[in-house]
Design a protein around this ligand. Structure first.
Ligand code: 5RP
Length: 238
């Protein structure tokens, strides 16, 4: 592993571990998806084994459900717990308003449902994810039945949408919910909240990776090799 990769792993591990340490006995936790969440699961599992911590988790993807079971975290659903104590998840970009772009792992729809159900939303990220303005392609989950009209309407919002292709699978990525993902590149995202609402209005869109509705309950843990930086709604620049 080269020095850069080692530092990135250390940053993700620090953020994940710090989030796991915020979990309290009896909590029901939303378990996000991705490599940073993986470290959180690892640490949570150790706390269950070593401290006898009693928790359960709502996974946001098949990947996370499989990992949670492997690591001894009891898995529950939003049917069991329509509201949960906290959700812990990764992000692809975080801006100064604590608006996010998520969905690199195509789990954005369940991630948004779980974040919405949570009283607190804890985002774990490495420093590369913190940006002055959101600019990454916005993943949009699309009902395959409506893909052509949806893509036309997304173009009408000023982006170039590209249907995400599988790796070691021919053709489009099929999400855990049976849908397609379009990665939508905008020249600039002036108003992320407005854009999230405009995308959500398109019939056939199930959700987007813009997360602008949770800033009030969000805490971002930015991992670092030495110590983590914590940003919460109190730090938002108006
Ligand atoms: C999956 C996501 C992930 O949380 C996001 O891509 C961050 O992943 P990682 O921690 O591996 O960088 O949104 O849909």
């Amino acid at each position: 592993m080269d020095e850069k990769a080692r530092a990135l792993t250390a940053a993700k591990t620090a953020a994940g571990f710090r989030a796991a340490d915020m979990v309290e006995d009896g909590n029901v936790i939303g378990l996000g998806t991705g490599s940073t969440v993986f470290y959180m699961i690892e640490r949570l599992s150790a706390r269950i084994r070593e401290e006898g911590l009693k928790v359960s988790g709502v996974p946001t993807s098949y990947q996370t459900a499989i990992r949670a079971r492997e690591y001894g975290i009891p898995v529950v659903t939003l049917d069991d717990y329509p509201s949960i104590d906290l959700a812990i998840d990764g992000a692809d970009e975080v801006d100064p308003h604590l608006f996010l772009i998520k969905g690199r792992g195509a789990a954005l729809l369940r991630e948004k449902c779980v974040a919405a159900a949570a009283f607190r939303f804890i985002v774990v990220a490495d420093g590369q994810k913190v940006v002055p303005r959101l600019r990454a392609p916005v993943p949009v989950e699309i009902l395959p039945f409506a893909v052509t009209p949806v893509l036309a309407q997304l173009r009408g919002l000023g982006c170039k949408p590209v249907i995400r292709e599988g790796v070691r699978k021919d053709g489009p990525v099929i999400t855990d919910n049976g849908n397609f993902i379009a990665d939508c590149t905008f020249d600039s995202i002036a108003d992320p909240a407005l854009l999230e609402a405009e995308i959500a209005r398109i019939a056939g869109v199930l959700g987007s990776g813009l997360f602008t509705g949770f800033a009030d309950k969000t805490t971002v843990i930015i991992g670092n090799e030495k110590e983590c930086r914590i940003i919460s709604s109190a730090d938002i620049i108006p």
